[in-house]
Design a protein around this ligand. Structure first.
Ligand code: NAP
Length: 313
């Protein structure tokens, strides 16, 4: 494969950006993919860490410097920060460049970025469905995207098809190990509300409930936590800024799914109270079939993780 982008700029140097850099390095070792990777993070501390661990070929002291002459610019900051970052770098993007992002919500990012998008720059929003509960420049690793989905967003229309810019970005993500699908922004936000955002909220809630329940001591929770609860605690340890932004910006879809969730929960609550074993049995039989479908689709991870693998953020 010949070089896909001569220069890639990573804006924000946390888990996703650092994983992208290590995955680019791994890909470059096999076949040239990217010429040079520049990077920028807002704090001096993160930039220093990045320089110390060799993250990016060049760590810049400003976002404007990092995007200079870049063929691909990737916004890797929290969803709520995309607009202000874009306002700063927009006028400095090279004509013909592709702009993308990795945010967990798509409609809100498009609305925030679009006003600052200069003529001649293609914006292809993206979202790798891969992550961990860790953050920061030292948390990344080259295999994070292996065999995980990366969703690229194409404009609304009758047909959901690649544009030339999204086709090139698809080649890039595939070289980082991901499988790529395209969809529209609103559909993405609904799918993710079901597969990731609402499950995260449930995990946060369950951990909060255990913490509130004074009849069960904290040490008992830690000592006897079976797999389900342990997984909840890991998910609930995810970055608070990122998840605050996800819920504030994917409000409608999350509220719709939460509404449906509470209806189902009330039905199960009623079945338990009235001793309706058949209802419970039928319900669990149906959900077991869904689980088997996930395994058959090869999207199972060793432990439930609403986003690390088949289903994160
Ligand atoms: P992260 O590890 O917390 O890193 C975030 C980066 O953004 C840091 O470099 C941070 O800079 C910078 N940043 C934070 N607030 C900022 C602001 N207000 N203005 C400018 N820069 C700011 O985050 P991440 O997990 O890589 O997530 C980055 C993006 O990927 C988010 O949009 C998230 O929704 C998406 N995503 C995350 C996951 C996941 O599981 N983590 C999965 C898929 C997609 P400093 O370090 O200098 O503060």
């Amino acid at each position: 494969m010949s070089v896909v982008y001569n220069r890639v700029a990573l804006i924000g140097l946390g888990l996703i950006a650092s994983s992208m850099f290590w995955a680019i390095k791994r890909a470059n070792a096999k076949d040239p993919l990217v010429g040079e990777v520049t990077g920028f993070a807002r704090t001096e501390a993160t930039r220093e860490t990045a320089r110390r661990i060799g993250l990016c070929d060049r760590v810049c002291d400003s976002a404007v410097e990092a995007v200079q002459d870049a063929d691909l610019v990737v916004l890797c900051v929290p969803v709520g920060a995309m607009g202000s970052v874009m306002e700063e770098i927009g006028p400095h993007l090279k004509p013909g460049a592709t702009l993308t992002d990795v945010g967990s919500v798509k409609r809100a990012v498009i609305d925030a970025v679009a006003p600052h998008l200069p003529e001649g720059v293609d914006f292809v929003p993206g979202h790798p469905l891969a992550g961990t509960e860790h953050s920061g420049p030292e948390s990344g690793f080259a295999t994070l995207f292996d065999n995980r989905w990366c969703l690229l967003i194409v404009p609304d229309g009758d047909e959901v098809v690649d544009t030339p810019a999204s086709a090139r970005l698809r080649t890039f993500w595939e070289a980082l190990g991901a499988n790529v699908d395209v969809m529209t922004a609103d559909h993405h936000d609904l799918v993710l509300a079901v597969t990731s955002h609402t499950p995260h909220l449930i995990a946060y809630t369950m951990v909060g409930v255990a913490d509130d329940l004074r009849r069960v001591t904290d040490s008992e929770v830690v000592k006897y936590s079976a797999a389900g609860f342990r997984d909840f605690t890991r998910i609930a340890a995810s970055d608070p800024t990122m998840w605050r932004d996800v819920f504030l910006t994917n409000k409608d879809a999350t509220l719709e799914i939460l509404g449906r969730f509470t209806e189902e929960l009330f039905a199960l609550q009623r079945a338990i109270r009235t001793g309706d074993g058949q209802h419970l049995f039928d319900y669990f039989t149906r959900t077991r079939a869904i689980r088997r479908g996930i395994i058959d689709a090869g999207q199972d991870t060793s432990a439930p993780d609403f986003g690390r693998g088949g289903s994160r953020s």
